[in-house]
Design a binder for this molecule. Structure first.
Ligand code: ZN
Ligand code: ZN
Length: 395
């Protein structure tokens, strides 16, 4: 773990306790979380596993009074170091060596003196020689690097493109770190100052009778810093809406209403944290020819009575072209003929089936010849002994 990651962690938040929690509160919070999040209790749940690790790490520091004190001290120092809300400006360089604490600039490299692997040893190793003595119980709550938010989007696809897969352009508008102030919320050239009322912690304690309460600081609205000169582009929020265009590959076989997850295509994480995911809800338009039943592609083909009686071969459209479908003699109206592997492509390869329903089309305007022939046919049919209502329960 790098020094930067270490200092940006919010161990109090990990344990769900306030920064002035007692040792007993910390112990209780840790025990409960460790039990709930234990990998044995959440097999296969990687999110729980990550939380479990974070909670264990937080407890290792906060349960040790000496480490906790140094951690608090380090956080307070970083929060007041001209980094706005206690974080690091995105893309900032952390040079090592040189400089000092003089002047308005606060150089992280100066603090650490380029200590390469020191972070492995924990906070005592990093800060031990630098800030002996401590500076009292003041604490700060710098925000930790946050994974970018997940983003939701929608797209509507023609039936066939949804079935075969397609690449679509999407325009997304989502909040992102303000480019003008790099997310600090302060006008360029200025920086937010640590809130004097809460000393940057964002929390104030209030005593009422025998009880003490912690509540968000009113002066800074819980952020721990005060912006005297807000950035005009983001009005001091540090966040801007930004529109970006991306192309998204929709896999074959997506069905109406399905949500596709595109890892890492969501909002950018601030200060080097991973991006969120993009979830695209796909709407599929209906098609004039095809329908769908899972991975099977359905199609209704009109046929004549004679074709069903005598049998025929139909030319049926598929997603890629056409296929000849044999209708055996004596096929009944409404029968479904299955053509294997010519349906909708499946996620893991292969495809569903093409289901062809034959449906008799009854002629509405026969010419005299056809009408006469049909009369002759019905007579012959009767003579051959065929009665369509034979064996019918309603006869
Ligand atoms: Zn701004
Ligand atoms: Zn405050």
């Amino acid at each position: 773990m790098s020094q930067r990651e270490w200092i940006e962690k919010d161990f109090y938040k990990d344990l769900g306790v306030s920064s002035d929690a007692s040792a007993d509160e910390i112990k209780k919070a840790y025990r409960k979380l460790a039990r709930d999040l234990h990998p044995d209790a959440n097999p296969g749940d990687t999110a729980a596993e990550e939380r479990f690790k974070a909670v264990s790490e937080a407890n290792a520091v906060l349960s040790d009074p000496a480490k906790r004190k140094e951690y608090d001290e380090a956080r307070r120092l970083f929060a007041s170091g001209g980094f706005g809300r206690g974080g690091f400006p995105p893309g900032a360089e952390y040079s090592t060596g040189g400089g000092g604490f003089g002047g308005g600039e606060f150089n992280i490299g100066d603090l650490f003196g380029g200590a390469g692997g020191a972070a492995e040893g924990g906070i005592g190793d990093i800060f031990g020689g630098l800030f002996g003595g401590g500076r009292g119980g003041r604490t700060a709550a710098p925000s930790r690097p946050q994974r970018g938010k997940d983003v939701e989007a929608e797209t509507t696809l023609p039936f066939r493109e949804a079935a075969t897969g397609v690449t679509v352009p999407l325009r997304l508008t989502s909040p992102a770190s303000c480019t003008t102030c790099h997310g600090s919320g302060a006008k360029p050239g200025t920086s937010p100052r640590v809130c004097p009322r809460c000393n940057g912690s964002g929390i104030v304690s209030r005593n009422q009778g025998a009880f003490g309460f912690s509540e968000p600081c009113d002066d800074c609205r819980g952020t721990g810093s005060i912006i005297d000169d807000p950035c005009t582009d983001c009005h001091g929020t540090g966040v801007q809406n930004r529109t970006r265009s991306i192309t998204v590959r929709i896999p074959p076989g997506v069905s109406d209403g399905q949500k596709i997850r595109l890892a890492g295509q969501g909002e950018a994480g601030l200060r080097g944290a991973p991006s969120g995911d993009l979830y695209v809800t796909v709407h599929v338009k209906s098609d004039k020819v095809f329908g769908r039943n899972g991975d099977d592609l359905t199609v209704i083909v009109p046929v004549s009575f004679g074709e069903l009686v005598l049998g025929t071969t139909l030319s049926v459209p598929t997603l890629e072209g056409r296929v000849g479908v044999k209708v055996p003699p004596g096929t009944v109206d409404g029968r479904i003929l299955r053509v294997r592997g010519r349906g909708v492509p499946k996620r893991g390869g292969g495809a569903g089936d093409l289901l062809v329903t034959v449906k008799v089309a009854v002629p509405q305007n026969l010419n005299d010849d056809a009408t006469a022939a049909l009369h002759a046919y019905l007579d012959a049919e009767k003579a051959s002994g065929f009665n369509p209502r034979e064996g019918w329960a309603g006869a």
